[in-house]
Write a new protein. Structure first.
Ligand SMILES: Nc1ncnc2c1ncn2[C@@H]1O[C@H](COP(=O)(O)OS(=O)(=O)O)[C@@H](OP(=O)(O)O)[C@H]1O
Length: 808
């Protein structure tokens, strides 16, 4: 535990915190206490040569897809032999890396011929735009029209739920997301099989001949659909033609932009790699790492043009993910590691290429992104590129060569990630060779990390003379260096006011309690009405505020690995709670969050995995007084309807009843019944208020997650009597390197000492401005003597535990 006022004796009320010790605790608090018809029509459609565009269907994986590994292993791969079969190419993959013929040219027979793709009969592309280009070709258009008219298929198309009225630029041939989606939901695998039939029947009909452009059957699918479909496609092909050798399968995957794909990744992850959703296990990895190393090598992240994140774990083979950044990157990498073998079990001629342009194309010679074009791929969305880099088939070689440079770099990064991931997911052979590990500049995501908006001012504008101009021009989002994480009703508001007065400190979120970690993640307070408000309203606003902020978007990619709309793991939002303008950042370098509900309601490891080196301050107060204050606050705020019943007599009566059911407070607190024993809402609240005072219980959880150097325990009683010295201790704690764990943070070097100017309020408290709660007391009555005695007895064992915990 950090040396602070708690450690040095303060026998008198007026003594300095700098001279308090654990031994001083006892005198403070003596006592402690989830058709056939259709098939026929589809076959007819195929034979008639209808081009059906299935545009970006979000596959309801949760209904259709069993765990990926199960699916892949259940499909027997055919022996391939028919040379003139071809499947699939995404024309836009030609464009990859900045070279390109136009999309329309790409899908022409000539272009395919010239690219050794003459045998390609089926175009399976992930890109709607490629299909559009294909459909715009007059030759294709006429053929499609004629086919449809001849077959008289339009009504049947409607029967199938194909919305002939809704088309992008060719309204007749789009299966809408909704209809396909609902078909998939109700008939699942049958529909997939139909789509496979659709693709292959037509190809089978014209086999052994030279390809004509109208033999192409584009089916636009999104990446998860395609990955899902590949086994079915080959199965279907085998059934129909008996063999299918030399089928060139190029899957162009457009994973980066597709939210459904992201969702599918997450879903698959949950099935394929339980490790990565086993929070406790990840926690343990973090903790073990911390225990094994006195100087815990901080995992490093590099932002390269802020688009590519690299990650390097501590050297050696024992590295496992731990922090939120590591787990985020490794989760993605390991999913691909899982998909690769399942696809690799397919014939070797199945290749995956990346369908979309990458960030380098989007920049001009000066490295500037053209206006209006945003990078399509976030900083960790590069999984497919490594596969592309490995492609060496005659079909893909020209493409590969042309985009070699771009992809090599990305491939190296993916190789690196996969290498790191493979051990975690149990592969014994390297998936790819390990390439250099994370050289160069390093940037960390940790306590105090800030992300400036693009509109930021240039460095030379930051001189002191024009500082004022920069106010309100640029904004940064920061994670706090310091959290006043407890306890409620111990003067934390006052502490926040004092610190905010100090020009070295800046409070997150305009002085509000962020309630981030008690209302998100594994926070035990998540279901409280106040947290619902936090999630439903506040975070939505914040999300909107950062939507156009690309840098924050980058941060979001890192943090939001398990993000869903309502179940927020959107760690990045936490950073955005700390908006500062540059002037504030320059002048107030230490950002702090004051959310005292964290003490008993947040999961400390959630905090630690986002900000491994954050510093935490707890202000403890005699639990008896704290409880009393808490009771009356409950009455006034949360239980307004029963306000009239709040009185010293009522409190005494309730406590008597509640405590009589708990002979051994420690035992009962440790059992679920400790809380669940209460059914009445008011009683539940009351018991929570009581339990906050089990300081040793909660502090031990925080001590498990953070080093002693990161925790400072203060006492309300000392803060009240010697505020200036107490604040000095906080300043010193905030600016001190965390033992051997962390080098001096630039943000806290050379802080100007701040001089507070407190005045004495009428109730005797020292205050620095009129926001102080000293002017707004939550209660006026004095605790009854018998209530105090009851509470002192109750808290006695907890206080003894606390004393020994602090003495360690
Ligand atoms: N400087 C100082 N030192 C110690 N205690 C102080 C100080 N200033 C205020 N108080 C008392 O703390 C109680 C309010 O605590 P918090 O500000 O932590 O409340 S909250 O959790 O933010 O709601 C509240 O206690 P009660 O008056 O007993 O309700 C305040 O009076």
């Amino acid at each position: 535990m950090a040396n602070g006022p708690a450690r040095r004796p303060s026998r008198t009320g007026g003594s300095s915190p700098a001279s308090a010790s654990p031994g001083a605790l006892a005198p403070l608090w003596r006592q402690a206490p989830r058709s056939r018809l259709v098939r026929t029509i589809l076959v007819a459609l195929c034979w008639a040569g209808v081009v059906i565009a299935v545009q970006r269907q979000p596959v309801p994986w949760e209904k259709v897809l069993e765990p990926l590994e199960g699916l892949a292993s259940s499909v027997a791969m055919p022996a391939m032999s028919a040379k003139d079969w071809g499947i699939i190419a995404s024309p836009s993959s030609v464009e990859e890396g900045g070279m390109s013929a136009s999309r329309t040219d790409d899908v022409s027979a000539d272009n395919l011929q010239s690219n050794n793709m003459a045998s390609v009969k089926v175009l399976l592309t992930l890109e709607a735009s490629a299909l559009e280009a294909y459909l715009d070709d007059p030759a294709h258009k006429d053929w499609i029209r004629a086919s449809l008219d001849d077959a008289g298929l339009l009504p049947k198309v409607s029967e199938l739920g194909i919305d002939v009225a809704r088309v992008m630029r060719r309204p007749d041939y789009v299966i809408t997301n909704e209809t396909m989606d609902s078909n998939l939901r109700t008939r699942g695998r049958d529909v997939l099989d139909e789509v496979a039939s659709l693709v292959f029947q037509s190809a089978g009909a014209s086999s052994h001949g030279n390809i004509a452009s109208n033999d192409l059957r584009p089916v636009v699918l999104d990446a998860p659909s395609l990955i899902l479909l590949v086994p079915f496609l080959l199965e279907a092909l085998e059934k129909r033609v008996g063999s299918a050798s030399n089928v060139q399968v190029l899957i162009a995957a457009d994973e980066g932009m597709n939210t459904a794909f992201r969702a599918a990744l997450t879903h698959a992850l949950e099935h394929v790699f339980p490790f990565f959703v086993d929070e406790d296990r990840i926690d343990n990895v973090c903790l073990e790492r911390k225990q094994q190393s006195t100087a815990w090598a901080r995992p490093t992240c590099e932002f390269k043009n802020w688009m590519v994140t690299r990650i390097s774990l501590p050297a050696g083979h024992d590295c496992l993910p731990c922090t939120i950044v590591e787990t985020r990157v490794l989760q993605r990498a390991s999913l691909w590691a899982a998909l690769i073998p399942s696809l690799a079990r397919l014939p070797e001629n199945v290749r995956i290429v990346k369908a979309r342009v990458l960030e380098p194309r989007l920049r001009d010679e000066d490295g500037q992104a053209p206006p209006g074009r945003k990078p399509l791929i976030g900083n960790v969305d590069f999984g497919m590129s490594a596969l592309f880099a490995q492609t060496d088939s005659p079909v893909t070689r020209p493409l590969w060569q042309r985009s070699l440079i771009v992809h090599k770099r990305l491939a190296e990064e993916v190789a690196e990630i996969l290498f790191l991931a493979q051990k975690s997911v149990g592969f014994s052979e390297p998936i790819l060779d390990k390439v250099a590990l994370c050289p160069g500049m390093e940037r960390f995501i940790d306590a105090g990390s800030c992300w400036p908006k693009e509109r930021g001012v240039s460095a030379k504008d930051r001189g002191p003379s024009n500082r004022m101009k920069q106010v309100n021009v640029a904004v940064v989002s920061c994670l706090p260096q310091l959290i006043i994480a407890g306890v409620q009703k111990a003067g934390t508001a006052e502490m926040g006011i004092w610190l905010d007065e100090n020009t070295n400190f800046r409070r997150q979120d305009g002085g509000m309690e962020t309630h981030y970690f008690d209302c998100t993640g594994r926070g035990a307070g998540k279901d409280r009405p106040s947290c619902r408000h936090f999630r439903d309203k506040r975070m939505k606003e914040i999300g909107q505020a950062v939507k156009d902020d690309r840098r924050v978007g980058t941060v979001r990619n890192i943090f939001a690995w398990n993000e869903t709309a309502h179940e927020s793991r959107s760690w990045y939002l936490y950073a955005t709670l700390g908006h500062l303008n540059f002037a504030q950042m320059l002048e107030r370098r230490l950002v702090f969050d004051k959310s005292p509900a964290y003490f008993d309601l947040a999961h400390p490891m959630d905090v630690m995995r986002v900000m491994p080196h954050v510093k935490i301050v707890f202000i403890l107060r005699n639990p008896v007084d704290r409880f009393h204050s808490s009771y009356f606050q409950m009455c006034v705020r949360n239980l307004a309807s029963v306000n009239s019943r709040c009185s010293e007599a009522k409190l005494s009566h309730k406590l008597e009843r509640m405590l009589s059911r708990r002979q051994d407070p420690i035992q009962s607190a440790q059992s679920e019944a400790g809380i669940l024993g209460e059914h009445d809402v008011e009683d539940v609240e009351l018991y929570r208020a009581l339990r906050v005072g089990h300081y040793a219980e909660h502090l031990a959880r925080w001590q498990r997650a953070f080093s002693d150097h990161q925790i400072l325990v203060l006492f309300a009683e000392t803060f009240r009597s010697a505020p200036d010295a107490t604040l000095r201790a906080v300043e010193e704690f905030a600016s001190r390197p965390i033992g051997a764990l962390q080098p001096m943070d630039e943000a806290v070097k050379d802080l100007e000492p701040f001089k507070y100017s407190p005045v004495r309020a009428s109730n005797g408290y020292w205050v620095v401005n009129n926001r102080s709660k000293a002017f707004h007391p939550s209660h006026k009555s004095l605790m009854r003597r018998e209530t105090r005695a009851m509470l002192e007895a109750y808290y006695s064992p907890w206080n003894r535990r606390l004393t020994s915990l602090l003495r360690r």
